[in-house]
Design a protein. Structure first.
Length: 436
């Protein structure tokens, strides 16, 4: 049988990696897919730029629309990133009856509902394994491998840049800005690193994971997102003394009253496997009612790891080319007419434990004032440390771990604690999850 022809939009790191993997593993891929898969047409912004792949035999253009309009192309692989042009090109490819593979998390998180509806109408597939956690086959695992479960919650380290920064801060006491600059040099960080640091990249990925885990529409705007910019070396150190690590987690939880969707720095017990996922590596912990906890670990970025996911999607699409559209795995794991628009809980209604740090005047009764406020809000203290503050500061540093409480109660308690004359600093708060 003739090979299937694919067209690439973008020939950068992931595009180059995809060409390389398709060439290097051509025989294995054909044995799996039942047909060869070749790239015959590709677009790149600058044709003179040095490439990581051999482009011999590939028609090159600077105009991505040419690829999308090429009648010989059966599958368009979108790797240009961004939202506006990528959305237009993907919708055009679908309108032209082409299947689409994309690594674009922002595109799927923000425009996926529209794109999947268009694809369903046209009877084409849109595959997006590479959009979440790079080479880890987490979409396939949740969508197919865990299809017998009611997913209760998931928690993921889904931004390698953020994890690299937090790991370096903990292990080497390095400064935030210096580590970020290194992540950019090494090519982990997004073109705009605020997407990594402020949690937007992780929120895109969490939106996708939550949709396929719970059968809800994609709702990027509903994700509560907090970055790692305010995590200090001081808190990384105290967390360690209490037996915890600070990780930037994306958490989705199905509760009795709705769905929690949140990205924020989180203390997790250091004995958990996921607490030991370091550097740029990614991991996703998924709790299903039947299987219990399952953990998926691997490279979340990079040319070959991301190409691994792109090529797996190409193989899936080629295998399903002749199948009836109704018999394919649904884009969001659940049949489109079975998606349920569950309420997304505002962060004030989320229940979690807390790490608190504050500086207090060193005099009798101060702790009693703080614990009375916490007690009045129904907040129970789990552990406490008192430390000498740095030489130039007066008072005592108090660090507390609390039991689980609704965030609105903690907000009120912190407001009152900060109003005390005896509290000399803002109260630093970081959420704590046991992930048990
Ligand atoms: N900037 C992303 C990360 C790359 O650091 O994980 C993969 O999405």
């Amino acid at each position: 049988m003739n090979p299937v022809k694919a067209g690439l939009l973008g020939l950068g790191t992931v595009g180059g990696g995809t060409v390389n993997v398709l060439r290097r593993n051509a025989q294995e891929i054909a044995r799996r897919a039942g047909r060869g898969i070749i790239v015959t047409h590709a677009s790149a912004r600058d044709l003179n730029k040095p490439r990581i792949c051999d482009t011999e035999g590939i028609r090159l253009t600077t105009d991505p629309a040419e690829v999308v309009e090429d009648p010989e192309i059966a599958i368009v692989v979108e790797l240009i990133g961004g939202e506006t042009l990528a959305r237009d090109l993907v919708l055009r490819a679908i309108a032209n009856g082409k299947h689409v593979v994309t690594a674009n998390k922002a595109l799927i998180a923000k425009h996926g509902n529209e794109i999947f509806a268009a694809a369903q109408e046209k009877g084409v597939m849109v595959a997006f394994e590479a959009a979440v956690a790079g080479g880890i086959p987490i979409i396939k695992a949740i969508r197919e491998g865990l299809a017998g479960n009611r997913i209760e919650w998931l928690a993921g380290i889904i931004n390698g840049t953020g994890n690299f920064i937090l790991t370096e801060m903990r292990d080497k006491g390095r400064d935030f800005a210096e580590v970020l600059a290194e992540a950019q040099r090494l090519g982990y960080a997004e073109a705009d690193p605020t997407f990594d640091v402020e949690g937007i990249d992780a929120a895109h990925k969490l939106t996708i994971l939550a949709a396929i885990a719970f059968g809800i529409p994609l709702q990027f705007d509903e994700v509560y997102t907090e970055g790692i910019g305010r995590v200090s070396g001081t808190d990384v150190g105290y967390a360690g003394q209490l037996g915890y690590r600070i990780k930037h987690l994306g958490i989705a939880r199905h509760t009795g009253s709705g769905v929690e969707l949140r990205v924020h720095p989180t203390l997790i017990p250091e004995r958990r496997l996921i607490a030991n996922v370091d550097g740029v590596m990614n991991a996703v912990l998924v709790q299903g009612d039947a299987v219990g906890p399952t953990l998926y670990y691997g490279a979340g970025a990079g040319a070959d790891p991301t190409a691994s996911a792109v090529v797996a999607d190409l193989v899936d699409v080629v295998r399903a080319l002749t199948s009836d559209p109704e018999n394919r795995v649904p884009h969001l794991a659940f049949q489109p007419d079975a998606l349920v628009d569950l309420p997304i809980l505002p962060i004030e209604q989320v229940e979690t434990a807390y790490y608190l740090r504050m500086r207090a005047a060193d005099r009798p009764g101060v702790l009693a004032e703080v614990t009375r406020i916490l007690g009045d809000e129904g907040i129970s203290i789990e552990a406490m440390l008192q430390k000498e503050p740095p030489a130039e500061e007066e008072g005592a540093t108090i660090i507390m771990l609390t039991q689980r409480v609704v965030e609105a109660n903690m907000d009120r308690a912190i407001g009152q604690i900060q109003g005390l004359d005896s509290i000399l600093s803002d109260v630093i708060r970081i959420r704590v999850e046991s992930l048990g």
